[in-house]
Design a protein around this ligand. Structure first.
Ligand code: MSP
Length: 504
C-alpha cells in the first residue's frame, strides 16, 4: 500500500510557531505509523513563498522577496528536523521544478477551456490572501485577521469553478469519507451546494510569483500556485516513480478548508488529474484560549520548548493536549505537567522499576517465558488492532489514550504482583520470572505502539530491554520479547526538569 501524506506549506512571512509544529508533528505520527504497518510512505512539507504578505515583509526589510525568502527558509527547514519529522522532501514554491509544473498545470486548465479573462473588483484580505465578500466581514473587517481588507480592481484570469458544482457534489456524495471529520465534510459540502463563484487565479501588477504561461505580465494567484505543490513535488523531488504516490492524503487546518476541499479538487478535475484520496481537517490549538499568532502577541516558539523538554515530550503534548480534529485550549503548564506525570511517572518509572528489578533479582537476564493465561496477554492482544483502527480515522489522540490505558494497566500490575514481595521467597521464583517477563514484554509492546509518537523514547525503551530496534506493527502482540541478557537498571527516560518560571 502506498501512503502519501502532505502538510500545508507554510507562509514564510514570519518564523514558525507551535501552531505550525502541530500540523507537522501530526503528519509525522501518521506517516510513521503507516510505515510501521508496512506501507510505502512519502511525507511532504515545505513553504509557500509567493504571497503578497511575503513580498511586503521583504520590502519592509529592504530586501528583494527571493532574498528575504532565502534567508528565512533556514528556520523553516529546521522545524521538521528538530521535531524529528521524517519528511521525504521539503518543497519551496520558488523551486524551479515547482514553477515549471505550476505553469504546465495552469496551461492544462486553460487548454481545457476553464479559464477566461475578466475584470475583478473586490475587497482583498492580505492576511487570508483571499478576496472577501461584504457578508464575510464583521464591522468592515476580516474576522480572522481583524484588519480592513483592501480594494483591488484588476483584469485577471478566472477559473470557472461554477462549472464544477455538479461534479463536486457527485464526488462528495459518492465518497462520504472524502473529507473527515464528518462535520467538516458537511461544511465543505454545504459550501458547494450553496453555489460556487468563479475565482481569480492570477494577479496583475505584482511581479512576485509564477508567471502565467500564456500572459507573462501576470503571475499566478498564490493559492493557484501553492495547492499545486502537492503534485509538483512528485515531478522533481529525488526518487523513482514518485508520481505513483498520487493521490495524496492532505492534512490541513480548518481555516484553509475551502481552498483544499473545494477549489483544489475542482482544479485537479480541470487539469485532468485524480482528486485527492482524502482530506483531514484539524482544529486549532489555542494557548490559554487565545489563538496563536504574532499579531496577538502570544507566539511561543516551539524551538524554545524543544530546548527545555526535548522533542518527544513536545510531540507527545501536541497530540495529547487537544483532541486531534477538534479545537482545543492547551496551556504551557500542561507541557510540564505531562512531562512529569505521564512521561516521567507512568512510563519512565515503569521502565526504571522493571529494568532495576530484572537487574537486581535476576542479574539482568531472563529467559523468554510467555504464558497463555497471563493477564498481560489479555491487555496486549487487542492493542494493535485497536490503535490501528483509531489511526485509520485520524484519531491520533484516541489511539494514544488507548496505548496509555495499557501503560496504566502495567503500572497496576506492578503494584498487585509486588515483585519485591515475591523475591523474598524462593518458592515464588516462577511467579517472579513470569511477572518480570510480562512487564518487560508489556513495555516492549508499548514502545512499539508509541514509536510513531515518540520515536526516540521508543528506541531507548527497546535498547534498555536488550531487544531489537524493530518497530514493525506485528510486534504489537504479547510474548514476542526474546531472552533478556545482562541488562542493567535503565537511566531515567525523563529526568526531572525545573518548570520555567515564566511560560517558556
Ligand atoms: N500557505 C497556506 C497554506 C497553503 S497549502 C497549499 C497557509 N499557511 S499558514 O502558514 O498560514 O498556515 C499553515 C497551517 O498551519 C494551516 O493548516 C493552519 O491551520 C495551521 N496552523 C497555524 N496556526 C495554528 C494553530 N494555532 N493550531 C493549529 N494549526 C494552526 O495557510
Amino acid at each position: 500500500m502506498r501512503f502519501y501524506l502532505t502538510t500545508p506549506i507554510y507562509y514564510v512571512n514570519d518564523k514558525p510557531h507551535i501552531g505550525h509544529a502541530y500540523t507537522t508533528i501530526a503528519a509525522d505520527v501518521l506517516t510513521r505509523h503507516h510505515r510501521q504497518r508496512g506501507d510505502q510512505t512519502w511525507l511532504l512539507t515545505g513553504v509557500d513563498e509567493h504571497a503578497s504578505k511575503v513580498a511586503r515583509v521583504a520590502t519592509e526589510q529592504g530586501l528583494a522577496p527571493q532574498e528575504y525568502a532565502d534567508r528565512i527558509v533556514g528556520a523553516w527547514r529546521e522545524l521538521p528536523r528538530r521535531l524529528n519529522v521524517s519528511n521525504d522532501f521539503f518543497i519551496r514554491t520558488s523551486d524551479e521544478g515547482h514553477k515549471r509544473f505550476v505553469q504546465s498545470f495552469l496551461q492544462r486548465m486553460y487548454d481545457n477551456g476553464d479559464i477566461y479573462q475578466d475584470v475583478y473588483a473586490g475587497l482583498y484580505c492580505v492576511g487570508c490572501e483571499a478576496f472577501k465578500t461584504e457578508a464575510e466581514l464583521v464591522d468592515g473587517k476580516c474576522p480572522e485577521h481583524d484588519t480592513v481588507p483592501e480594494w483591488i480592481e484588476e483584469k485577471n484570469y478566472f477559473f470557472r469553478l461554477s462549472g464544477y458544482q455538479d461534479r463536486l457534489l457527485e464526488l462528495f456524495d459518492s465518497r462520504p469519507d472524502f473529507v473527515l471529520p464528518d462535520f467538516r465534510f458537511n461544511e465543505a459540502r454545504s459550501f458547494i451546494a450553496g453555489g460556487l463563484q468563479d475565482f481569480s487565479i492570477s494577479r496583475a501588477g505584482q511581479p512576485w510569483g509564477v508567471p502565467i504561461p500564456w500572459d507573462p505580465d501576470q503571475v499566478a494567484y498564490v493559492w493557484a500556485d501553492a495547492l499545486v505543490n502537492y503534485l509538483s513535488a512528485l515531478s522533481y523531488a529525488p526518487g523513482d516513480d514518485l508520481e505513483a504516490f498520487w493521490p495524496a492524503v492532505h492534512l490541513l487546518g480548518k481555516d484553509i478548508l475551502r481552498f483544499h476541499c473545494v477549489y483544489w479538487p475542482a482544479m485537479l478535475l480541470s487539469a485532468g488529474y485524480e482528486v485527492p484520496k482524502q482530506l483531514f481537517v484539524h482544529g486549532w490549538l489555542l494557548l490559554d484560549d487565545r489563538k496563536i499568532s504574532k499579531s496577538r502577541g502570544n507566539v511561543v516558539d516551539p524551538l524554545d520548548l524543544l530546548d527545555l523538554y526535548g522533542t518527544d515530550p513536545l510531540r507527545f503534548w501536541c497530540v495529547r493536549a487537544v483532541s486531534f480534529g477538534q479545537d482545543g485550549s492547551a496551556s504551557l503548564d500542561g507541557v510540564h505537567e505531562r512531562y512529569e506525570r505521564e512521561l516521567g511517572n507512568d512510563l519512565g518509572n515503569l521502565l526504571s522499576r522493571t529494568t532495576a528489578m530484572i537487574a537486581r533479582y535476576r542479574d539482568g537476564s531472563l529467559a523468554a517465558s510467555p504464558s497463555e493465561s497471563s493477564p498481560i496477554k489479555a491487555e496486549l492482544d487487542p492493542l494493535g488492532a485497536d490503535v490501528a483502527a483509531r489511526i485509520d480515522v485520524f484519531d491520533l489522540t484516541g489511539a494514544l489514550e488507548r496505548i496509555w490505558e495499557v501503560v496504566r494497566a502495567l503500572n497496576r500490575y506492578v503494584e498487585t504482583q509486588a515483585p519485591w514481595q515475591l523475591a523474598k521467597d524462593d518458592t515464588n521464583a516462577d511467579a517472579l520470572d513470569r511477572t518480570l517477563y510480562d512487564l518487560a514484554d508489556g513495555l516492549r509492546v508499548v514502545a512499539i505502539a508509541l514509536s510513531a509518537y515518540i520515536p526516540e523514547t521508543a528506541e531507548r525503551i527497546l535498547e534498555a530491554l536488550g531487544q531489537p530496534l524493530d518497530v514493525r506493527w506485528e510486534g504489537v502482540a504479547y510474548g514476542l520479547t526474546g531472552d533478556i541478557e545482562s541488562i542493567v537498571a535503565a537511566e531515567p527516560l525523563f529526568p526531572r526538569i525545573d518548570a520555567p518560571t515564566a511560560a517558556a
